[in-house]
Design a binder for this molecule. Structure first.
Ligand SMILES: NC(=O)c1ccc[n+]([C@@H]2O[C@H](COP(=O)([O-])OP(=O)(O)OC[C@H]3O[C@@H](n4cnc5c(N)ncnc54)[C@H](O)[C@@H]3O)[C@@H](O)[C@H]2O)c1
Length: 362
């Protein structure tokens, strides 16, 4: 199949989808939808080459257009409804992370994709970074040996999306105005765990080979968000820090930390450490931003070596890979089931934190 027709719902993160599809030679973006007038108005400024129809409501776009690809980039509580509607209308869907509000919703989406024989991709963006692809290839080539421990972290000092009293700069009009859905549990499903932790969890699981989880023990805290909300006259109903230990059936352990507000040095700290019996890997962000260095630690005989990634091959974006997968009917880098596993773990983390008990996953 070539000459794919695509539509994008939501012009926050969805602008990346729009740009990605506009750059694909075999995709024509025929429509977009956003409820915000200011974002629709900026289309001719930032996307002059986009000549398609502009809708207010995503569901109207799905009903009125005949689309091969629909991107769903709206608040989390609408992912399931719009994804299922698009799949049932015959489109393949690239849905933003988290896949859904919880595992039950994610399963319904997966079942619909299978019933409709359509692809459902989840935009776990950090897998698509060229450096992540290098890490995966190194692991596949045996650089770490058996991975038995991982730690995946995303902390911010003060970086609650949409909150005015932030030292973290969310940039341009990226964040929604005050009263953001991100810290309203009914719309988001949770705080930094489901927003940032979801990326760190997927990246670690993918690198570790998606081992089957056995146990989860977790805590969540809300030490800053509620007060910051009160100062801004908005209600903050999610955690601002989550930490979890996940034990897998193969014996490996993953520690996961995610926070939007914590008393640390950095405005933004992202790290991942993986330990194997043949080598160790550590990736960390540079200058509190979104570029990374990757170090590799190994042993030859009784001598230990440290090395740092020097060159990296470019890698295609999620949008390019999803369109390629739809065009060629080949698998997408993110398997649908992996999105469901992530939601199952996030549910278990919230359950363990609420009960104060470990949660067993069978
Ligand atoms: N993959 C990533 O790195 C990444 C980064 C940021 C956000 N996200 C995800 O993307 C999604 C959107 O987040 P965001 O930061 O863009 O939020 P946002 O609030 O900035 O943008 C969401 C947009 O969706 C529009 N919208 C809401 N419901 C709609 C509907 N039914 N029809 C049409 N338009 C509708 C809103 O008007 C808004 O402009 C979330 O699920 C978030 O977790 C992913």
């Amino acid at each position: 199949m070539s000459g794919l027709k695509a539509g994008v719902i939501g012009l926050g993160m969805g602008r990346n989808h729009l740009r990605g599809f506009l750059n694909h030679p075999d995709v024509e973006v025929v429509a977009v939808a956003d409820r915000r007038e200011d974002r629709r108005a900026l289309l001719p400024v930032h996307f002059a080459e986009f000549k398609g129809k502009v809708y207010h409501e995503g569901i109207d776009m799905i009903r009125n257009e005949k689309l091969d690809i629909v991107s769903v980039a709206v608040p989390n509580n609408q992912h399931m409804e719009l994804t299922i509607a698009a799949l049932e209308a015959g489109a393949n869907v690239l849905c933003e992370k988290p896949m859904a509000m919880n595992e039950a919703e994610a399963r319904k989406m997966l079942e619909t994709a299978r019933r409709c024989n359509r692809k459902l991709g989840i935009d776990f963006s950090y897998r698509f970074y060229p450096q992540s692809r290098t890490m995966k290839e190194m692991i596949q080539q045996g650089a770490l040996g058996e991975i038995y421990y991982g730690r995946s972290v995303w902390f911010r000092r003060r970086g609650i999306p949409g909150m005015a009293v932030n030292t973290f700069n969310t940039g341009n009009d990226k964040a929604s105005p005050m009263g953001s859905w991100f810290f309203d549990k009914k719309q988001s499903g949770g705080g930094p765990l489901i927003d940032l932790g979801v990326h760190r969890l997927d990246l670690a699981l993918w690198l570790m080979g998606y081992p089957e989880p056995a146990w989860v023990m977790a805590s969540t805290y809300a030490k800053f968000g509620p007060e910051m909300g009160r100062k801004n006259g908005v209600e903050y109903t999610v955690e601002d820090l989550a930490c979890a230990m996940i034990k897998f059936k193969n014996g490996a352990t993953l520690e996961l930390d995610a926070s939007w507000a914590s008393n640390i040095k950095e405005e933004e700290l992202q790290t991942i450490r993986l330990l194997g019996d043949k080598g160790g890997m550590y990736q960390y962000n540079l200058e509190e931003g979104y570029t990374y260095d990757l170090e590799y630690y190994s042993e030859i005989g009784d001598r230990q070596f440290d090395s740092k990634l020097h060159t990296n091959a470019p890698a295609p974006s999620a949008y390019q890979m999803f369109a390629d997968a739809v065009r060629d009917n080949t698998p997408f880098l993110v398997k649908e089931e992996e999105g469901v596993v992530v939601m199952k773990l996030l549910d278990a983390i919230y359950r363990s934190a609420a009960s104060g008990e470990p949660v067993r996953l069978d």
